[in-house]
Design a protein around this ligand. Structure first.
Ligand code: FES
Ligand SMILES: [Fe+2]
Length: 498
């Protein structure tokens, strides 16, 4: 009898034993109507486009797999309607924007921004019948609002609508700073883009030129003097707000006298708050707030948009590194490789090739550039159109990815009642629609330990103390909270003095 040899998938040259691809996880990744995560997501407000995308013609959009048109009517009201007219299906992207609502170009039905049918055209003398018909019809519509250059829509059941979350009332934007909107399409499933926000370990290899010898383009962290990212972080992950979200610390030392503790905050299902991006880690800083507030909004199952605000101004960015001109529709000012189009001034051209005009030549070498120095855009898309979790080999530093996926799974399945849509709505009502974020950039005057082992222990202890201080401040009035956390950070520094 032939001996059956066990298969060792980890043996050298054994690609054959890994040549079949298991399916993706549909529960977490798929978002069309009726899917678990799709239904969960529909219980939250999401940014769907930038206000600047609303012009004199309707804007066709796909969000969560639904075809929509967004527009601003003559009275300034924003409408988000199902794209296909309820009469006979023509797309309202060809509709005529009215003083109130929009008119379908095919037969002239008019709809208000909430979908109310305002008019069904009829021959002269039969107008009354048109009014009767209109009263019984409604185009599919979603409530929409504008905030700081973004259009938000609530796409769930109207009776379950939660308060719009105004994080900390002003999105933590200091009066000297401003929120600058952006929207960048990503060509892959939404979850791997969201996972990437929880994956802070990639900053060092992916975003620093030091590790891409000979290919200097592709990063701005180094150019921005944000040398902290040359040091691999020690990552700690903390479930907070009853499992509705996860705060995480990335701790590094770029100076023997200072420890840089970056705290980001990821919210179920698709929000992430990022503290100061261009930190050099060499100057004391306590509780600097949000530098980027971002949503990963699914377009469909294999495309999404990274949409949100970047903070610009002297308070959040004292070294004035950010560039407002490079933030907006399909552009962002930090790091190359965040959008589908690379910046023209960075495109490389070989001998005899045309300069970066006209447009069709502009990005001709983008793929080669991307291979030399890829960014998040290329890397997340390269994980397959929908990443296959079953094929991953998790490391300790991936803990944030797995914790946030677990938080999502528990929320969607109902295993964590605190993260259910009902609990979210109740919580937002309790905090008057102004929940706190833990996001903060911190550089603490804490000296380096004598041994590497003590240093590991110290940075983890400091991270825990910072999270404890911010957690403790959660119920304080906004006017007292920042001062409380800053005082706690001074106390943490004093604890380690000498
Ligand atoms: S299809 Fe829109 S009015 Fe007929
Ligand atoms: Fe990145």
């Amino acid at each position: 009898m032939n001996e059956v040899k066990p298969i060792n998938k980890n043996a050298p040259n054994s690609g054959y034993h890994r040549n079949t691809i298991p399916p993706h996880d549909p529960t977490l990744t798929e978002v069309l109507p009726g899917t678990p995560t799709g239904e969960y997501m529909r219980r939250f407000w999401h940014p769907i486009c930038m206000v600047e995308e609303l012009t004199d013609v309707p804007r066709y959009l796909v969000i969560l797999g639904e075809e929509l048109v967004a527009f601003k009517d003559g009275s300034g009201a924003v409408g988000v309607l199902h794209a296909h007219c309820i009469h006979r299906g023509a797309s309202l992207e060809y509709g005529m924007i009215q003083e109130h609502g929009i008119m379908c170009s095919y037969h002239g039905f008019k709809f208000d921004v909430d979908g109310t049918c305002l008019e069904v055209p009829m021959p002269t003398g039969e107008e009354a019948e048109g009014c009767r018909m209109a009263a019984n019809l409604c185009q599919g519509a979603y409530k929409a609002i504008e905030k700081h250059g973004l259009v938000f829509a609530y796409m769930g059941p109207p009776e379950e609508e939660p308060p719009f979350p105004e994080w900390e009332g002003d999105f933590t934007c200091h009066p000297d700073d401003k929120l600058v909107p952006f929207s960048n399409v990503q060509t892959c499933n939404w979850l791997q883009v969201q996972d990437n926000a929880a994956d802070q370990f990639h900053h060092t290899p992916l975003h620093t030129t030091a590790l891409i010898p000979g290919h200097e383009q592709g990063t701005t962290f180094g150019e921005a003097g944000a040398n902290a990212y040359l040091v691999r972080p020690d990552l700690q992950f903390f479930p907070v707000h009853g499992g509705k979200s996860m705060a995480w610390t990335s701790s590094r030392r770029v100076d023997d006298d200072y420890m840089f503790i970056r705290i980001n905050h990821q919210i179920t299902p698709n929000v992430s708050f990022h503290s100061y991006l261009f930190e050099d880690g060499k100057k004391s800083k306590h509780f600097s707030r949000v530098h980027m507030h971002r949503w990963t909004v699914p377009i469909d199952n294999t495309t999404c948009k990274m949409i949100g605000w970047r903070g610009i101004g002297p308070n959040i960015d004292p070294r004035d590194v950010g560039n407002e001109d490079l933030i907006g529709y399909e552009k962002i000012d930090f790091l190359e490789g965040q959008c589908g189009m690379r910046r023209p001034e960075r495109a490389t051209f070989g001998p005899g090739e045309l300069p970066p005009v006209p447009d069709h030549h502009r990005y001709r070498n983008a793929y080669v550039d991307a291979q030399h120095a890829p960014g998040d855009y290329e890397i997340t898309a390269s994980q397959r159109s929908i990443a296959v979790h079953a094929l991953e080999s998790p490391m300790k530093f991936d803990g944030g990815v797995y914790l946030s996926r677990k938080q999502l799974r528990d929320a969607v399945s109902g295993d964590n009642e605190d993260a259910s849509p009902e609990a979210w709505k109740k919580w937002l009502e309790e905090v008057n629609g102004k929940p706190n974020t833990y996001c903060s950039g911190n550089v603490l005057a804490i000296p380096k330990c004598a041994s590497p082992e003590e240093e590991v222990e110290r940075r983890r202890d400091v991270a825990k103390r910072c999270i404890a201080a911010i957690t403790e401040s959660d119920n304080l009035p906004k006017s007292e909270r920042a001062a409380f956390v800053k005082q706690k950070m001074v106390e943490i520094e004093q604890h380690y003095a000498n």
